[in-house]
Structures are given as structure tokens and as C-alpha cells.
Design a protein around this ligand. Structure first.
Ligand SMILES: NC(=O)c1ccc[n+]([C@@H]2O[C@H](COP(=O)([O-])OP(=O)(O)OC[C@H]3O[C@@H](n4cnc5c(N)ncnc54)[C@H](O)[C@@H]3O)[C@@H](O)[C@H]2O)c1
Length: 250
């Protein structure tokens, strides 16, 4: 995908991996729309990188439809979706006060999984009507999983389940949308120094970083963005989930 003047939508862009990916997309010349539930945060990122900011709860059908329509009107229908919305959650199934609240599980699935399917379906419907580029490509949908989907730890059953759903939809979505020239790819980050990690790991210390074979540190959002940009450029990457974790397996 040629990113120059390419309409690109980045969700979860007020912070962390999404904010940095939006920044690198803007540097590559894309017409970037940044979307987040944090209205002030997303406006700040948009002003810094010269993007369009949209306040939206991407887990909500109506809110997301409005956001995609506004982005289409102002920047053109997106050829790129980078969906970085997500939330960490660390809680045992049975805690000191009894079972985990079902409502908390539902909300986590809403934010991590429902939001992913919601944005994918809306953006793919627009992409299907775009003129193919010279290589036949119409668009790229890049979704964010987690290594916890494969190797979730005690206290991560709910979070791992919400991310497992994201990982599972990537291949069938790529199979369905491939004939339309739309690629679907996932990145499964390991430990990156952002709010999601701080939500899951209350006691962040160097011991945790030392468990990463190399480098012995948390990932930098710029390293996630670098891979995201490569995936967008490289038309052969499709239907797969790429781990980005420094060899970390818990
Ligand atoms: N940081 C890590 O170590 C790590 C590891 C594995 C996976 N991930 C995944 O990477 C993605 C990005 O996380 P991050 O680390 O940048 O976290 P982050 O907390 O810095 O960013 C997440 C953003 O999503 C936004 N958001 C949350 N709910 C929303 C909603 N309903 N609608 C719109 N926006 C919403 C937040 O306001 C925030 O700006 C998430 O899916 C996360 O699960 C992160």
C-alpha cells in the first residue's frame, strides 16, 4: 500500500501504540484520522501530527458508524484501518470477594473484541467500493491481539479470552475479504510500556523485563508502529498474526 495521501484511520490513538502509529503514518504522508474515547487526548495527538480527531466509543455501533462516516466525508474512505483500541484487565476468576463480576467480563469483551469486529465490518464495507490500486489492493485492516491470547497467565483468563477472539477472526476475515483486495493482519505485542501494561501488571519492575530473552526491556511504541507501517507496505503479509515480543513467552 502506498501511504502517500492515503486515508488512514487509527483507533485508540490518544495514547500508546495507536498514538505512535498515527504519528508515523502522518510522517509517511497519509491523511490520518485519529479516533478515541478520550476526547481531549485524541485532540492533542491530532494537533501534534496534523490529523483529524474524532471522539468515539468504537464498541458502540452508532458511535462507530458516525465516526467512519465523518472520516469518509472529511478525509476520504479509509484504505487503512489500524485498530489499537484495547484495555488490559488483571483479575482472578474467583477473588477474595467471590466470582469476577460478569459485567466486568462483558465490558472487556466489548472493548477488546466487539470493537474490533465493529470497526472491521464498517471500514471493510467502505473499502469494498474503492477503486483498486495498481496491484489490485483496495485496503488493509490491521488488528491488535496480544501474546496473552496464546499464553495467558493466572488472572488473565478474561483478557486472554477477549484477545483470543481477535486472533481467531483474522484468517477467516482475510479469506473472505481477499477476493476484494483487502488484507487482514494482526500484531500480537508482548510487553510494551503503555497504559495497558500498567493496568495488567500492577507491580511493574525490572524482574518482568528481564524475562524477555532480548532486549531486556519493555517494547517502545515506535517499534510497534514500525512493524505496522511495514505490514501496510508489504502486500504479501496477509491472514497472519505477527508476534512482536523480543522472544517473550511466559
Ligand atoms: N502495552 C502492552 O504491553 C500491550 C500488550 C499486548 C497487547 N496490547 C494491546 O495493544 C493495544 C493498544 O494498547 P496500548 O498499550 O497502546 O494501551 P493504551 O491504554 O495506551 O491505549 C489504548 C487506547 O484505547 C482507547 N480506548 C479504550 N476504550 C475505547 C473505546 N471503547 N473507544 C475508543 N477508544 C477507546 C483509550 O482511551 C486509549 O487511548 C490494545 O489493544 C492492547 O490490548 C498492548
Amino acid at each position: 500500500m502506498d501511504l502517500w495521501e492515503c486515508p488512514a484511520l487509527v483507533t485508540g490513538a490518544a495514547s500508546g501504540l495507536g498514538a505512535e502509529t498515527a504519528r508515523q503514518l502522518a510522517e509517511a504522508g497519509a491523511k490520518v484520522t485519529v479516533v478515541d474515547i478520550d476526547a481531549e487526548g485524541v485532540q492533542k495527538v491530532a494537533s501534534e501530527i496534523g490529523a483529524l480527531a474524532i471522539h468515539c466509543d468504537v464498541a458502540d455501533a452508532v458511535s462507530a458508524e458516525k465516526a467512519v462516516a465523518e472520516a469518509r466525508e472529511r478525509n476520504g474512505a479509509a484504505r487503512v484501518l489500524v485498530h489499537c483500541v484495547g484495555r488490559g484487565h488483571f483479575e482472578p476468576i474467583i477473588g477474595d470477594n467471590g466470582p469476577m463480576r460478569l459485567e466486568d467480563f462483558r465490558r472487556l469483551v466489548d472493548v477488546n473484541l466487539i470493537s474490533t469486529f465493529n470497526m472491521m465490518r464498517l471500514v471493510a464495507a467502505d473499502m469494498a467500493h474503492l477503486t483498486p490500486m495498481t496491484n489490485g489492493e483496495r485496503g488493509v485492516i490491521l488488528l491488535t491481539g496480544s501474546v496473552s491470547a496464546y499464553e495467558g497467565q493466572i488472572g488473565e483468563a478474561a483478557y486472554a479470552a477477549s484477545k483470543g477472539g481477535v486472533i481467531s477472526l483474522i484468517l477467516p476475515a482475510a479469506r473472505e475479504l481477499g477476493p476484494l483486495g483487502i488484507r487482514v493482519v494482526g500484531i500480537a505485542p508482548g510487553l510494551f510500556g503503555t497504559q495497558t501494561l500498567f493496568d495488567i501488571e500492577k507491580n511493574l519492575d525490572s524482574r518482568l523485563a528481564r524475562q524477555i530473552p532480548f532486549p531486556h526491556r519493555f517494547g517502545d511504541p515506535a517499534e510497534f508502529a514500525m512493524l505496522a507501517i511495514h505490514v501496510l507496505h508489504n502486500v504479501m503479509i496477509n491472514g497472519s498474526v505477527l508476534r512482536l515480543d523480543g522472544g517473550y513467552h511466559r
